[in-house]
Ligand binder design. Structure first.
Ligand code: ZN
Length: 115
């Protein structure tokens, strides 16, 4: 489960941010997790819960996950489908299987609330 190491990296980043801002507590963390970035949101949440229980800075912190939509362009008819859900199996218009995705592979720390 590589989400744990991603959460560890995130916590490291938050520690540095907290030190810069003289904060002692993280209230909430907002992340953008693209549906194509290879991160399972549930696993990320699970890792976050484990690590935030261990770290004084993170105790009780809330993780807010945004799933940004992906834009799929059909290589057959050029139709565009925008969804934050699972990757569509085929084009709804022409049943072409090759859909070209744009975006959705980002893992971004969007906002942090500290005190
Ligand atoms: Zn199509």
């Amino acid at each position: 489960m590589h989400e744990i190491s991603l959460v560890q990296g995130l916590v490291q980043q938050l520690k540095e941010l907290a030190a810069e801002n003289q904060a002692t507590k993280v209230i909430s963390v907002t992340m953008d997790i693209g549906p194509l970035c290879g991160v399972v949101v549930d696993s990320f949440q699970f890792g976050f819960d484990i690590i935030s229980a261990e770290e004084e800075l993170m105790r009780g912190a809330q993780l807010i996950v945004n799933v940004p939509p992906v834009r799929y362009t059909c290589t057959g008819c050029g139709d565009v489908l925008i969804t934050a859900g699972p990757r569509p199996d085929c084009c709804p218009k022409c049943q072409e299987l090759a859909l070209f995705p744009e975006g959705g592979d980002d893992l971004i720390l969007r906002q942090v609330e500290m005190e």
